[in-house]
Structures are given as C-alpha cells and as structure tokens.
Design a protein around this ligand. Structure first.
Ligand code: FAD
Length: 406
C-alpha cells in the first residue's frame, strides 16, 4: 500500500525535521504538515534563553524560512488542529470540519505543560513557558525590581530564573526536590543551587506550593511550610506531559506517551510517533522511556523519514542535551537513569568541570559545565563504544580527549 500522502500532525522540531528528512531521503510523495499554532514553525530552546533575554527577536525563531516548505513541496497548514484519527478510513479530521487521507501518519504532537494543581493557578500574572505567545508575554513583563517567583527548578524554570535575576528582578525559585533532579547528578544539582544563589536568586528547596494568592492578579505564593513569598509575576515550570490525546482517542496504545516499537511505529502499523509525545524502547536503558529534547525529536524524525523512504532500522541514537543558565553552559551526553556511581573531573569552583556517571561500571552519562571539549569527547566515546573506567575519569592526568580520538 502506498505510504503517500504522509501526514504529519505537529510542526515542532520533530514534525518539521520529519518533513525535511523525507525529502532528503528521496521521498517523492505528498507531504502534509499540520500545526495548530499560527506562527511559522519555530525553535523552542531560545524561548527561555536568547529570546527571553532580548538577545534574539522573533525573526530568529523560525526553524525554516517559508520558502523552504514551498520549494520542498511540503503542504504546511498553520492554525489547523487535528481533532480525530479515523484509523479504518486512514483519515485525519481537522477542526475546520475537513479531513485528509493518509498513507502513513506521523504523530509529532509534542508535550503540554503539566498543570500545577493549587488554588490561584489561573490568576493573571501566572505564566507558563512552552510557546512563542508564552515567551512574548513573559518577555514583555520581566523587568528590574519585579518580584519573580519561579515554581519548579527544572531546566526551563532555572533558565528563566537566571534571566530574571540578570535583568534585575528579585527572583525566588521553589523546588520540591532538588534542582533539575530528574535529569542530573546530585553534585550538579548542588552546584546549580549555589550558582543561582550567586546570580541573586533565593532558593526554597524541599518545599512545595500550596496556593497562589491574589484578588485580581497573582500577588503571593504560599509555600507548604506556610511561608508567603510576595510576587508580581509567577512562572510555573513543573514539567510537561505527552500530548497524546489524538492517539488515545484513536485507541492507540498509550502509557506516558504514545507507545512505539524500536522502529517508532505505534500499535497501528500505519502510524508512527516521534519526539516529546513518543514512549519508545530505549536501546541503552533496556526499557521504555520518553525524552524531551531537541536531539531526540530530530533524530527520531530522521529515523522515521528514512524508514518511510525504504531504509528500515531501529532507533538508537545517543541522547544529548544542553541548557544555558547565566554564564554556565551545561551539556549532557547520555542518560542519568540508574546511574550508581558519579565521578567529578575538574574543580566545580573553577566553574568548568565535568561529572561522569557510571551504570554498573559502564559509562552512562557525562555532564559538562563550560567544558565543551569534554562533551565532544564523551559523544565520541559513546559513538565508538570505547571503555572508560571511573578511576580514569577521575584522574586529571588521564587524557580523555586522546581516548576519544584514538
Ligand atoms: P513540540 O516542539 O512541542 O511540537 C509539537 C507541536 O505539535 C506543537 O506546535 C503543538 O502545538 C502541535 N500539536 C499538538 N497537537 C496537535 C494537533 N492535534 N493538531 C495540530 N498540531 C498539534 N530541549 C533541548 O534539547 N535543549 C534545550 O535547551 C531546550 N530548551 C527548551 C526551552 C523551552 C522554553 C521549551 C518549551 C522546551 C525546551 N526544550 C529543549 C525541549 C524541546 O523544545 C522539546 O523537546 C522539543 O520541542 C520537542 O519537539 P516536538 O516536535 O516533539 O514537540
């Protein structure tokens, strides 16, 4: 059965890459790319970094110029929400009442903001950060002297906190566990907690939020220990959940995202899922995970495009990630899940060091702060399957870059 047209739902990093890679791989059929957002598909990472700081304007955000879609014969349709998948008829129904038939369907619907379930969360002055609209609203308001309370010390919360502090806002960060705790080592969490204090933020760790108070707008955040933090602006950054509504309603298997096999195919062979919305069997970890990163979105898109163009194969790309907070450039290669031994290389006091994580004695992840060379070496070590022991990683005289190159 013909795979054309390929219909892609969601024009974020995964969806746009899938469309582009289909053409690069020589797919000549029809491609339809649906986005429920009105803007030309754009990059999300700058929304909490350069764009928020004012170092980048809206023109810097699009993933591709408008002409790209025209030239590549990609039928980009903006402001159109897919509302239902009719699997039997192989059609996607749209919010405008029309529908499109597909030969193959790619779900690249991303993730949506996790809701903080406390009174006052819907008050004006409480923000989230996922879209251009969110970032524009935040950027217009964050200013010197403003009392900014960030709820959640994940990557996005901390990036916003660093920017707010830099712009002269009185910044507070609340985190029930430890900074970036789901993704990084305890040593790195501690380092970042200290760094944010030095940037000028007050940190409230190990405590939750019980309410946001205010009559017409948010005026204070009440912590679970009873402390009240006055606020002019509140950012909620408590993570995301997979946007799997379409898949779920269509009866596809979903569990913490749209469940796919090693080839990124859902429980229906005519439908794939990629990026933030996909729960896939992680070849490195040996169990199903869902990752929220550009690398994952882009590499999964490339894999699915290659498969559709006739080059099948399982997805097993190396996971990597980055985050910019103040003057600290964090890069992570690999995954910190199940790591049982951490080794620090270099001195955190110099603000340039790496932390190597081992799972059962095998290198699993390398977290580098202001050490791009270590990150590049780590990626090569993973790619070439070289072995590195915890003792070697800890030894400053051991040449990791030479190991990577050799
Ligand atoms: P998305 O980019 O979320 O795109 C999904 C798209 O699908 C959205 O436009 C959505 O509106 C649309 N959609 C959903 N449902 C429908 C429907 N039914 N019909 C039509 N369209 C639909 N990752 C990094 O690796 N490094 C970073 O530094 C980094 N910084 C980030 C900063 C911010 C502020 C944010 C929000 C994220 C950041 N991330 C970062 C995460 C990264 O942006 C995501 O992992 C990535 O965007 C995932 O791509 P995606 O295409 O799967 O999903």
């Amino acid at each position: 059965m013909s795979l054309s047209p390929v219909v892609i739902v969601g024009a974020g990093h995964a969806g746009v890459q899938a469309a582009a890679s289909l053409r690069e791989e020589g797919f000549d059929g029809e491609i339809v790319l649906l986005s429920d957002e009105r803007e030309l598909p754009y990059q999300r990472p700058p929304l909490s970094k350069a764009f928020l700081k004012g170092d980048m304007d809206l023109h810097g955000l699009p993933l591709r110029a408008e002409a790209f879609y025209r030239d590549q014969r990609i039928g980009l349709r903006l402001g159109v929400r897919a509302t239902r998948i009719d699997r039997a008829a192989r059609r996607v129904e749209l919010a405008d009442g029309s529908s499109i038939g597909y030969g193959h369907l790619i779900l690249a619907t991303g993730a949506r903001q996790r809701r903080l379930d406390v009174p006052g969360v819907d008050l004006p002055g409480v923000f989230a950060l996922r879209s251009i609209a969110d970032a524009t609203a935040l950027r217009q308001r964050i200013a010197a002297g403003l009392r900014v309370v960030v709820i959640g010390a994940g990557f996005i919360g901390l990036e916003v906190a660093a920017t707010a502090a830099k712009l002269g806002a009185e910044t507070a960060v609340i985190e029930i566990a430890r900074p970036m705790g789901r993704a990084v080592s305890p040593v790195l969490s501690d380092f970042y907690a200290e760094a944010h204090r030095a940037f000028g933020a007050r940190l409230f760790l190990g405590v939750g939020v019980s309410a946001i108070k205010g009559s017409e707008k948010a005026e204070a955040v009440v912590l679970t220990d009873g402390e009240v933090l006055p606020a002019d602006l509140v950012l909620v950054g408590v993570g995301v959940t997979a946007e799997d509504t379409l898949a779920r309603e269509a009866g596809l298997e979903c569990k913490n995202g749209v469940v796919v096999d090693a080839h990124l195919v859902t429980s229906d062979p005519a439908i794939s899922a990629i990026g933030d919305c996909a729960a896939f069997p992680n070849a490195t970890l040996g169990y199903v995970t869902r990752l929220e990163s550009i690398q994952n979105a882009v590499d999964q898109a490339k894999r699915v495009a290659a498969r559709i163009a006739g080059k099948p194969g399982p997805y097993n790309a190396l996971a990597w990630f980055w985050s910019d907070q103040g003057d600290l450039k964090l890069t992570i290669a690999g995954l910190s899940h199940d790591v049982d031994e951490w080794v620090v290389r270099g001195d955190p006091a110099t603000r340039a060091f790496s932390i190597f994580g081992f799972r059962g004695g095998k290198l699993a992840v390398v977290e580098s702060v202001n050490r791009a060379g270590d990150h590049a070496a780590a990626k090569r070590i993973f790619a070439t399957g070289k072995s590195l022991t915890p003792a070697e990683a800890a030894d400053p005289a051991f040449d990791i870059r030479a190991l990577a190159k050799g």
